[in-house]
Design a protein around this ligand. Structure first.
Ligand code: ATP
Ligand code: MG
Length: 431
């Protein structure tokens, strides 16, 4: 039998590994998010990555990009149609309803995790990507809309992004107002049919509002002349929008009104917003959200207002990297090495003792033997600020040699009993 070299299996196109060199940035971002959610009183919810296909078809809408062409849908072994979640809102509503979270109460929830869309992979656009989202249920007024926007604004401020993003704001009105507007819009576009592209012609019957979203320069003029949804709002939606703007003004949050902002998903009503940046090319939306008062009912629940947003983590991390705003955190504080194999047991014991005494300490223990020179090389590569060396002399004296790796402080022998104290001082630990 001839031996053939096994063909290497590769990851799926558009689905990325997160490598150890990149994970500190993600953890930095995720830590910020966790803190922020606590500060605003949002509680985390985790839902399965797979749901029944009908959930997304019914909530997102049959004539959206996502449902038309982006979903990962398959039959499981029972023949049920399942879909890898393309977004988080539908699952969140389903879970909240199913677990009675919407029964006579309000909810402020957040989630994060991978989402799946079969799109053409490019910078800032992947087939598995990650979102953080928030969802508030049961609040009708604009105060919660403001709160949702202020939470995102605080994140930009604290990440140093505020001057690099713009808040775009619009109102889609009530579904009745939108239906009336839709007729006006279709009539207008029918008059200008000759300038519509193929996509727009198709949407004319299926989802005409989406035509407003088009980036096709050939249609710019006809889009500019289109009747504006903002001029066709019902009175309560108009009042809601005015109040929201007043709240944002009072909080000092700048925004631009974008009357053509309609969002891709069907379930929005009233407030819609996007945070955009010009620093990422055409993948410029880092956070998108709004109000979807009809969604819970559409999914079979009691009418319950909802508002939220989703942000793309990859795009935000790209943005932070582009602007050089991610702190570069070293992997460890201390690299502890036995100078030779006879000191290994003592080194293990000392490492464990230090980890008990200093729970905050990031200590990497040398493993895998090697010459003294190669051990020191590994210490340096670890990024640690200090190496702790343990050899025969140190063992006899109950000391350890403390050697600074990042500056030329003289090395010193420290009694093992004093080591925790010395390290605390040297690393001037901040809680
Ligand atoms: P786009 O117009 O860029 O396709 P979208 O309207 O489809 O975005 P949403 O469904 O509103 O996006 O998702 C919210 C956020 O999730 C986006 O603003 C973006 O930051 C991120 N996002 C969406 N699709 C992808 C993707 N394929 N890869 C990476 N991030 C994505
Ligand atoms: Mg999209």
């Amino acid at each position: 039998m001839s031996k053939s070299v096994a063909k290497k299996i590769q990851a799926i196109r558009g689905m990325n590994d997160l490598l150890p060199s990149e994970s500190p940035r993600w953890q930095f971002f995720e830590d910020k998010i966790r803190q922020l959610m606590k500060r605003y009183g949002f509680a985390e919810i985790r839902t399965p990555i797979v749901e029944q296909t009908a959930l997304f078809a019914r909530s997102i809408g049959e004539v959206t990009d996502i449902v038309e062409k982006e979903m990962y849908t398959f039959e499981d072994r029972n023949g049920d149609s399942l879909t890898l979640r393309p977004e988080g809102t539908a699952s969140c509503v389903r879970a909240a309803m199913e677990n009675g979270l919407l029964y006579n109460q309000t909810q402020r929830l957040w989630y994060q995790g991978p989402m799946f869309r079969h799109e053409r992979p490019q910078k800032g656009r992947y087939r598995q990507f990650h979102q953080v989202g928030i969802e508030a249920y049961g609040f009708e007024g604009p105060d919660i809309d403001a709160e949702v926007i202020l939470l995102s604004a605080r994140l930009w401020k604290e990440l140093g992004l505020m001057e690099h993003v713009t808040l775009e704001l619009n109102s889609l009105g009530s579904s009745e107002a939108r239906a009336a507007y839709r007729d006006k819009l279709v009539a207008y576009f029918e008059e200008h049919r000759e300038v519509l592209d193929e996509d727009a012609k198709r949407r004319l019957t299926s989802n005409p509002l989406r035509i407003l979203d088009s980036k096709n320069p050939a249609m710019a003029e006809v889009l500019d002349g289109a009747p504006r949804l903002l001029d066709n709002l019902d009175a309560p939606s108009q009042a809601h929008f005015e109040q929201l703007k007043a709240m944002l003004d009072a909080a000092g949050i700048a925004y631009v009104i974008n009357p053509r902002l309609v969002r891709g998903l069907d379930y929005y009503s009233r407030t819609v917003f996007e945070w955009t940046t010009t620093a990422l090319g055409s993948q410029g939306t880092v956070c998108a959200g709004g109000r979807y008062d009809g969604l819970v009912e559409q999914l079979g629940g009691k009418p319950t207002p909802g508002v939220g947003f989703a942000m793309g983590i990859e795009r935000l991390i790209l943005l932070l990297e582009t602007l050089d705003l991610v702190p570069n955190e070293a992997g460890s504080d201390v690299y502890l090495l036995a100078m030779d194999d006879t000191a290994t047991i003592a080194a293990i014991t000392l490492a464990e003792q230090l980890r008990s005494e200093l729970p905050w300490l990031r200590l990497q223990l040398h493993c895998g033997g090697g010459s003294f020179k190669s051990r020191m090389k590994k210490a340096d590569k670890s990024g640690a600020a200090f190496a702790l060396l343990l050899g025969e002399d140190e063992m006899n004296e109950h000391t350890v040699t403390l050697k600074a790796l990042r500056d030329d402080q003289a090395q010193q022998r420290v009694p093992q009993a004093m080591l925790a104290h010395t390290l605390s001082e040297q690393l001037s630990q901040t809680p």
